[in-house]
Design a protein around this ligand. Structure first.
Ligand code: ATP
Ligand code: FE
Length: 368
């Protein structure tokens, strides 16, 4: 079995060809990050236009690199939810044309399911496992019980941690820092935090009293905004100049975010065990998404793993961020399980909003 995966849910146009053993036969990606960095955020029509310009070439490159002829494909798998409507639309209409032309089955993919299952491509991981998905657009804890069987334990009530780290990095003008110019906000903060003291500022982890597995980052972001403003006044610097307190602020923010993520994960493990949803020993926790490549955050999660005798697995960074490989792999998983493989694509739509699995976050709160 060989699947072509296509991803356009946000700002990366990506494609890959993966076989059933998990071998990546070919891949290609076009990232729009540099374009959106200039405008300070993603402008959906701009993202749509860039997807349109690049999708045919990217799919062609992935196919050529794989040396698999289109007729040999078992199916085409494409992200159809959740994501930016205009971006999803480009990938979906391209894919529907392609499967009609090739007469191949179509496998609609849930972007977060793909993030959660990626780990099974790189490690032998059986269900059930707990997944912490943390990126620029998402933040959730879900129990994976099967290829398309998820329980959503909690998610962010406002913004995602990557979004928050990006905003803080921009507020601190880290892009102007020579060492950080080509980095994402999260990477820049991690880099600068190494030179700072995390205890310089006493930032409180969000939602300390809430007995659930939900997350929140916008309150913390506002606190940091105010702190930066105050430091700018104290140091007499203009907006845009790097503060001498920048490294300390970066370290404190990173520490606080790590604490919040680790505490929620700890709570999720205890809840799942209490309900016999996870084994009492040797349970697996998977952390993925761009923010999961942060080594300080991984260390904080490691402390929870030791305390609960769980094992933390993180896909390699290139598979943590958006890519075509995870979509193709999700297609392979679905093909093997015989789930959601369509031979008839009429009525298929993209869905900008779509929770992952069954939302049991209320149960989690009541159980506490
Ligand atoms: P989606 O939410 O759909 O997956 P995305 O493009 O935001 O979309 P990713 O590409 O997975 O998701 O992740 C990008 C985010 O990860 C950015 O917000 C970036 O700042 C953050 N990030 C990347 N590296 C690090 C790091 N080392 N530490 C913290 N955050 C990081
Ligand atoms: Fe993603």
């Amino acid at each position: 079995k060989v699947v072509l995966g296509i991803e356009t849910s946000c700002d990366d146009t990506a494609a890959a060809v993966v076989d059933e053993t998990g071998d990546v036969l070919g891949e290609a990606i076009h990232s729009q990050t540099q374009v959106h960095l200039k405008t300070g955020g993603i402008i959906p029509p701009v993202a749509q236009q860039l997807h349109r310009e690049h999708i045919a070439r990217i799919v062609q490159e992935a196919l050529s690199a794989s040396q698999v002829s289109p007729s040999e494909l078992s199916a085409v798998a494409t992200t159809v939810k959740p994501g930016l409507a205009l971006s999803l639309g480009v990938g979906l209409s391209f894919s529907l044309q392609l499967v009609a032309q090739l007469r191949k089955p179509f496998i609609p993919i849930h972007h977060m399911e793909a993030h959660a299952l990626t780990v099974r491509l790189t490690s032998a991981v059986d269900f059930p496992f707990l997944a912490l998905l943390i990126s620029g657009g998402h933040c959730l804890l879900a129990l994976a019980r099967g290829v398309s069987d998820f329980l959503l334990l909690g998610q962010s009530l406002d913004i995602a941690p990557g979004d928050m780290l990006d905003k803080v990095a921009r507020r601190l003008s880290l892009m102007n820092h020579p060492e950080c110019s080509a980095m994402s906000g999260g990477e820049a903060l991690e880099h600068l935090a190494k030179q700072g003291n995390k205890l310089s500022f006493d930032l409180k982890p969000p939602m300390q009293r809430a007995k659930n597995c939900d997350f929140s980052f916008s309150g913390l972001q506002h606190v940091v905004d105010k702190l930066v403003m105050q430091k700018e006044k104290e140091e007499g610097r203009e907006q845009g100049q790097l503060l001498s307190a920048a490294a300390d602020i970066a370290a404190a923010v990173q520490h606080t975010v790590a604490c919040h993520l680790a505490r929620r994960t700890h709570r999720a493990i205890l809840f799942c065990r209490q309900r016999d949803l996870l084994p009492q020993k040797d349970a697996v926790v998977v952390a993925s998404g761009g923010v999961a490549s942060n080594l300080y955050i991984r260390k904080a999660l490691g402390v929870v793993m030791n305390a609960t005798e769980c094992t933390l697995l993180c896909p390699p960074p290139s598979l943590c961020t958006d890519n075509g490989i995870m979509i193709a792999w999700n297609g392979i998983e679905r093909l093997r399980a015989g789930l959601g493989v369509l031979h008839e694509t009429e009525g298929i739509r993209y869905e900008p909003k779509c929770p992952l699995g069954v939302d049991i976050s209320r149960d989690v709160a009541e159980a506490a």
